[in-house]
Every structure is written in structure tokens, then in C-alpha cells.
Design a protein around this ligand. Structure first.
Ligand code: FES
Length: 169
């Protein structure tokens, strides 16, 4: 009878970078005098593969970029655009900065928490939505604003939020 693999090993292999991602990171790194300069685009590629940046991928990335996991963590935790834990199929990032706040962001945030039955930072039980607060999304003239995955939604009110959520299956 063979022993089952340890959960740690299973988890590691679950988070192996794809060949495609490894190739792209290697090519990017080779195009810079310092391999480390490819760090941010490499983190985006990892996030595209998994939806977040799983810790086991940091070791793999450190080897590819000839740097240390600690240096990668420093960059990873500085930028809010990188997810440090898994997010739902639809990642709602809503701006809470000045323009959006003045035009009702707090009300929209409260509305979303009630509608989705989650608090800020949480994911719905079905794994569909994650709600995150972010600073300025650079669309202040259209406040209040949120992003869902890569798409912007502007001039939000309750009715618009209802319509948007209805389209997300
Ligand atoms: S303040 Fe919300 S997008 Fe700038």
C-alpha cells in the first residue's frame, strides 16, 4: 500500500507555474539588465494564472529572477493590485477615496455588503464575489467608481449596482 502524499506537497504542486508563464517570465527577465526588473509584470502573470499570488509561487519566481522571496514579498505587499489570498470569480474593488466618498461611495459599499451578505474583505459562500476597498482608481470624474475584474463601472447608484450584478453569472 502506498502512502498518500503530504498535503504540503499536494499544495505545492497545485501551485506550480505553468510552462507558458515560466517561459514568459524567463524571456522578460532576459530582456532587462537586472532580472529583478521583470518582477511586477511577472507577478501579474502569476495572478492571471491563479487569480491571486499563492505563496509557493514566490519561491519559484525568486529562482527565475535570481532574487529572494523576501524581496518579492516586499513588492507584493506594497501594491494593492496583487491579491494575497484567493478571490471570488468576480473581484469587486470599490474606491473609497475623496471624490468617490463625496459622491456616495460609503452608501454604495454598504449597499453591496447588504446585497452580497458579506463584509468588506470577504468572499460570498458560493465563491462568486469578493469585495475589496481600494484607493483612487483614477476615474474620479466618474465617481463613485468600482472595478470588477478588469472592467470599470462608473457613476454608481443602487439601481446601477443591481443591473451590473444581474449581468454577472
Ligand atoms: S477618488 Fe475614486 S476614482 Fe479617484
Amino acid at each position: 500500500m502506498s502512502a498518500s502524499p503530504s498535503p504540503y506537497l499536494t499544495q505545492e504542486s497545485e501551485y506550480n507555474l505553468s510552462e507558458d508563464v515560466v517561459t514568459k517570465i524567463t524571456e522578460m527577465a532576459a530582456s532587462f539588465p537586472e532580472k529583478n526588473s521583470a518582477l511586477i509584470p511577472a507577478l501579474h502573470l502569476i495572478q492571471d494564472q491563479f487569480g491571486w499570488v499563492p505563496p509557493p509561487t514566490i519561491k519559484q519566481l525568486a529562482q527565475l529572477l535570481k532574487t529572494t522571496p523576501n524581496k518579492i514579498y516586499g513588492v507584493l505587499t506594497f501594491y494593492t493590485m496583487f491579491n494575497l489570498k484567493p478571490v471570488g470569480k468576480y473581484h469587486i474593488q470599490i474606491c473609497r477615496n475623496v471624490s468617490c466618498s463625496l459622491l456616495g461611495a460609503k452608501h454604495i459599499i454598504d449597499y453591496l455588503t447588504k446585497k452580497l451578505h458579506i463584509q468588506v474583505g470577504e468572499t460570498t459562500a458560493d465563491g462568486k464575489f469578493t469585495l475589496t476597498l481600494v484607493e483612487c482608481l483614477g476615474a474620479c470624474g466618474m465617481a463613485p467608481v468600482m472595478m470588477i475584474n478588469d472592467k470599470y463601472y462608473e457613476n454608481l447608484d443602487e439601481k446601477k449596482v443591481d443591473q451590473i450584478l444581474k449581468t454577472l453569472k
